[in-house]
Structure formats: structure tokens, C-alpha cells
Write a protein that binds this ligand. Structure first.
Ligand SMILES: *Cc1c(COP(=O)(O)O)cnc(C)c1O
Length: 378
């Protein structure tokens, strides 16, 4: 199928993957060639994770991600499983006791800005005393609480923030600087839905985690980037396979890693490098988001309720002011090759996820359709 024939997929995740990556995976499906083009007679799916071939795929993916995200040498990249949701338990199991005297109940602070940070907050309560440092629930998750207003407990082992709320479409355009707030606890970020969409200021981050299926590749792989000094503090209840120390000591191969997902993610990292890296992606993502938000703001049919200073560049929820036309909008979109625009069930309306792999032509096609739908139905 040619590029022109493929529809544009606005799914929030699993999400669109660059066609070039899929084509390469398809060409290599039955018989994987190494960097020199030597065939090995196996699909990546069939390889032992301990074999020379897969170890080279794994090391390549690690190095490419480190380079793309400019991860400093004192941070480890762990390839895990369980998705973003499992990290909601794995992070507190590994970090809650970090700054806590023996025999004292560990305490962790959460900034709730939408569904995902809310979930993280609730889950952590099983393993520690989870406290709410700030929340924007009172305004329907449409703006970000000012960091200077956060009530951070000096005993907190870390502060958790979801830097892009996939469902509510709220993004921190700048990472909070905890040190400037007088707090020396590490910042933990869930960057599942905007990882690799822009550079990361690692001086402000202790640990970052992301499920791969939004912006890095297929579901099944979870990426954790963690500063070395935060490793080695797991609670006794932490499963060995999820103990960062154990994972690190075994080069993310304590148990079988999601080998095929790691391979595809490696191809995505190469593709991102060919696009000019995360700075170039950021510039494109800003242009894509501006195109879509301007179309929404200019229209009298569509509406986005998020405060302009924290609108997500990856996930754009919008509503039709006349909800009775939602079904017609979605049906017409599908006919125009614009897929998966239905909003999350907890929010309703529409949502366009415009991750790295969504070209500006896809956003332009959406904007053109939106205008056409608005004028023909007026
Ligand atoms: C999708 C998502 C998750 C959950 O990921 P799973 O892989 O489904 O567990 C967590 N956090 C954020 C911000 C997400 O977008």
C-alpha cells in the first residue's frame, strides 16, 4: 500500500507508527539482516534474547535512545514491561523508602492534573502514604496549578507529576524545578504520551517512565530512565522482576524482555534521528499543534477548554458545541481516512492525538475536513 493510500490514525495509543519503520520491519520479518546486511535466517521474534543478534539489537536501541534524549551518563535506561500503569506501583515500590528513616511510613507527594496522575496517586497509596500536593480537579483539569502553590511535604521521598495528560490534553511545557521551590526530593515524571516529542531537562528529573505505545513503538515495552542514586532502595514487597536494581544489574534481561517491541522501538529511534532528533520533532509538533488549535479557536462549532498556556501538543481534545452532530462528524471523518478521533469515554467529544509519527499533512487533512464539516452542516 502506498503512503497516500494509508489513512491518518489519530489514536491515543497504541498509535500511528511511521510507515518507513513498518516497511523496514516488514522487509526484515522473515530473516533479520545485521548492520552489515548479513542475514541470520531468523525473525527477530524467534531469537534468543541472550544471542549475539538480539543483544546487538538491544544495545543499539539503548544507545540510540540515550543519544536522542541526551540522557546523562549517571542515568540508567531500563527496558521493562507492564506499561505506564504498572509503573504506578513499581515506582513507589522502588522509591518510596528513599528518604525515609527506618520504621517510618514512607511519604510521597502527587500533583494531580488529570486522569493519569490521579491513577498514579491512588495506586501509590497501596505502598506508602500518598499525599496530594496540588490538584486541578476543581476546574475540570483545564489548567496547571502554579508550582509555587504546591504543598510539598519536606519528608516526601519524591514528587510525582504527569507531564502530559493524555486524556485531558494538559501538558507542562516546562518541567517544574523542585529545587527552586526549596525541595530536594527527586521529581518523577510520567512522560508516556510526550516522550521524544521535545528535549528533557534531566537536571530537573530523577526518574521518567513511559509506555512505548504512544510515541516510541508498539505496546509491551516500558522505558524507565532513572538516576543511579535512586536505584537500590526497593521495599521488601517489590517483585524481583520489577526491582530496578535487579533489572539494572541484568541489563534489563533478568527475565525475557519484550524483544520484538524493543526491535521496533530501535527502528523508531533511528527514524527519529533521521528526522533531525527531538529538537526538530519539537518544532514540528509545535507547528502541528498550532495548526489544529487555531482551527478550533477560529470556528464557532469546535471548542477546546484547556487554558492556552498548557494545551498539549500531543493530545488535542475538542468538542462540537452541538453534541448531536458527534456521530456524523466521526462517520464523515472515517470516510475521509481520518481514524480514531472519538474522545476518551470519561471526557466525551473528540480527541486528535498528533504524536511524532503524525505528519503535518495529516493534521492539515483533519483541519480541512473540520472546516468542510462545519460549513456544509451550518
Ligand atoms: C497510556 C498512558 C499510561 C498507561 O499506559 P499502559 O501502557 O496502558 O499501562 C500511563 N500514563 C500516561 C500518561 C499514558 O498516556
Amino acid at each position: 500500500m502506498s503512503a497516500a493510500a494509508r489513512p491518518y490514525n489519530f489514536s491515543a495509543g497504541p498509535a500511528t507508527i511511521a510507515e518507513e519503520v513498518l516497511a523496514q520491519a516488514s522487509a526484515e520479518m522473515l530473516d533479520w539482516p545485521d548492520a552489515q546486511g548479513r542475514r541470520c535466517g531468523m525473525s527477530v521474534m524467534e531469537m534468543s534474547h541472550r544471542g549475539r543478534e538480539f543483544v546487538s539489537i538491544y544495545q543499539h536501541a539503548q544507545a540510540a535512545l540515550r543519544e536522542l534524549l541526551a540522557v546523562p551518563p549517571n542515568y540508567r535506561i531500563l527496558f521493562m514491561q507492564g506499561g505506564g500503569l504498572a509503573e504506578n506501583a513499581i515506582v513507589p515500590m522502588n522509591l518510596a523508602a528513599l528518604r525515609c528513616a527506618a520504621g517510618v511510613q514512607p511519604t510521597v507527594d502527587f500533583v494531580v492534573t488529570g486522569s493519569w496522575s490521579e491513577k498514579s496517586y491512588r495506586e501509590a497509596g497501596k505502598y506508602c502514604s500518598a499525599q496530594l500536593a496540588a490538584s486541578n480537579a476543581h476546574d475540570g483539569h483545564t489548567r496547571l496549578p502554579e508550582p509555587s502553590s504546591w504543598r510539598i511535604d519536606p519528608r516526601a521521598s519524591y514528587v510525582h507529576v504527569c507531564t502530559n495528560e493524555t486524556i485531558h490534553g494538559v501538558e507542562f511545557h516546562e518541567l517544574p524545578d523542585l529545587r527552586a521551590l526549596g525541595c530536594d526530593a527527586p521529581l518523577v515524571i510520567d512522560f508516556s504520551s510526550h516522550v521524544a516529542s521535545r528535549p528533557v531537562d534531566w537536571s530537573r528529573v530523577g526518574l521518567a517512565f513511559a509506555g512505548a505505545q504512544k510515541n516510541l513503538g508498539p505496546a509491551g515495552l516500558t522505558v524507565v530512565v532513572v538516576r543511579e542514586d535512586l536505584i537500590g532502595h526497593a521495599l521488601r514487597c517489590c517483585p524481583s522482576a520489577f526491582d530496578y536494581q535487579r533489572v539494572m544489574d541484568n541489563q534489563s534481561m533478568y527475565n525475557t524482555p519484550p524483544t520484538y517491541a524493543i526491535y521496533i522501538a530501535g527502528l523508531v529511534f533511528d527514524w527519529l534521528k533521521r528526522q533531525g532528533g527531538v529538537r526538530a520533532m519539537e518544532a514540528r509538533n509545535i507547528a502541528k499543534a498550532r495548526l489544529l488549535y487555531e482551527a478550533i479557536d477560529r470556528s464557532s462549532l469546535y471548542e477546546n477548554r484547556v487554558s492556552p498556556d498548557c494545551r498539549s501538543r500531543m493530545n488535542v481534545p475538542f468538542f462540537l458545541r452541538d453534541e448531536s452532530r458527534d456521530a456524523a462528524f466521526l462517520a464523515g471523518a472515517a470516510q475521509h481516512g481520518l481514524l480514531s478521533l472519538k474522545g476518551h469515554k470519561s471526557v466525551g467529544g473528540m480527541r486528535a492525538s498528533i504524536y511524532n509519527a503524525m505528519p503535518i499533512a495529516g493534521v492539515q487533512a483533519l483541519v480541512d475536513y473540520m472546516r468542510e464539516f462545519e460549513t456544509t452542516c451550518a
